[in-house]
Design a protein around this ligand. Structure first.
Ligand code: MN
Length: 367
């Protein structure tokens, strides 16, 4: 596995590339071009410039997160073909810039949702939190406003201002769309994008729905082993793969994460992993937490062991972190707690590596 961290370019991040370079074991960043309107081509020259800046700091730009999918593609409108052509061109440009993996999502309208971006835990660190009753009481515009008020002026990827004016109409549009039609629109996109990804040498890695249950009666589809199987079968090419986000899938207590990881990593379909921990307050209420197993409900050792046993060679990043030690940063994306998370995950990995070398039969023992 290759450990990376998310980083936002062009001054939209409190964390510098120089700081990330000093986190032991981190080889690169997952980054983006936030200024390109959704649906337009990401220009080769801007990508080359960004790659140069990252390389000058001693880091790699092998992962992009995310190139957003235009809503017309998800809706299946005739105008989707133009946006899909643009997506194919963007994949070509990404490949030429040395990008190997693209994280994206296919969630309609609402990308991810939390009720609070700075919820205080007992130790006075703050985290992103989710209270289902509060989220469903808000309309999406009110939720966007409430989230922006706690973002300290940093952009919130997935809640770009350009989405807001049409949000209510977009939600209305999906009320009459069947889940089957939504799958068809995904397949239409994949059948065009996957060949372009292969030509470009880029792996597609869809991110699960966050949270993994429907909000505002919108079709949500990447939320458990069964619908991931369906998704992967829409286009069986290995370039059609997953970002396995433990915090997103783990929000549903029914999801057995080590089993899900063993199944899909075993098939070579996981290209990128977001590893973080959460603590449930009830089935549909949770706080994000420190990475350590004892700080949340997810067993990080079993999660990392499932990747290790599967011979996982993809990218890993500590996903969100708590805000600690007085840091002021984009919610979820401070330096300090993500650096701690990276060290913990790398420590688990090293222990598994060395244990397996000493005890060849021990590493393959199933959970
Ligand atoms: Mn994630």
């Amino acid at each position: 596995m290759k450990m990376i961290m998310r980083w936002f370019p062009f001054g939209d991040d409190s964390v510098t590339l120089g700081q990330i370079r000093q986190v032991p074991g981190v080889s690169g960043v997952a980054t983006c071009l936030p200024a390109i309107p959704v649906g337009e081509v990401w220009p080769a020259d801007t990508l080359a410039k960004l790659k140069g800046e990252i390389a000058a700091a001693g880091l790699e730009m092998e992962v992009i997160e995310s190139v957003n999918i235009h809503e017309d593609i998800k809706k299946g409108l005739p105008s989707r073909d133009r946006y899909i052509d643009n997506y194919r061109q963007t994949l070509k440009n990404l490949g030429e810039a040395g990008v190997k993996c693209l994280c994206y999502n296919f969630m309609p309208v609402i990308d991810w949702a939390r009720s609070d971006l700075a919820h205080a835990l007992e130790d006075n660190s703050t985290v992103l939190s989710y209270r289902h009753d509060q989220v469903v009481k808000l309309n999406p515009a009110a939720m966007a406003k409430s989230m922006a008020s706690k973002a300290l002026g940093y952009s919130l990827p997935g809640w770009e201002p350009e989405r807001l004016p049409t949000m209510a109409a977009d939600i209305e549009f999906y009320q009459s769309m069947s889940r089957e039609d939504y799958w068809k629109n995904m397949k239409y996109f994949l059948d065009a994008a996957v060949p372009a990804a292969n030509e470009a040498g880029v792996k597609l890695a869809i991110h699960p729905d966050d949270p993994p249950w429907p909000l505002f009666n919108l079709p949500k589809v990447i939320s458990n082993a069964e619908n991931i199987r369906t998704f992967l079968s829409l286009n069986p090419d290995p370039a059609n793969g997953l970002t396995l986000c433990t915090g997103s899938l783990g929000a549903n207590r029914q999801n057995n994460l080590p089993a899900i990881i063993r199944e899909f990593a075993g098939q070579g379909r996981i290209h990128f992993a977001h590893i973080r921990n959460i603590r449930h307050l009830s089935d549909m209420d949770f706080d994000e937490s420190a990475h350590l197993s004892r700080c949340g409900d997810l067993d990080m050792f079993e999660i990392v062991r499932a990747f290790h046993d599967s011979g996982f060679t993809g990218y890993v990043r500590p996903d969100h972190g708590r805000m600690i030690w007085g840091e002021q940063a984009r919610p979820g994306y401070g330096l300090y707690d993500r650096a701690l998370g990276a060290q913990y995950l790398l420590g688990l990995w090293e222990a598994l590596d060395k244990y397996r070398k000493q005890e060849p039969s021990a590493g393959s023992r199933k959970a």
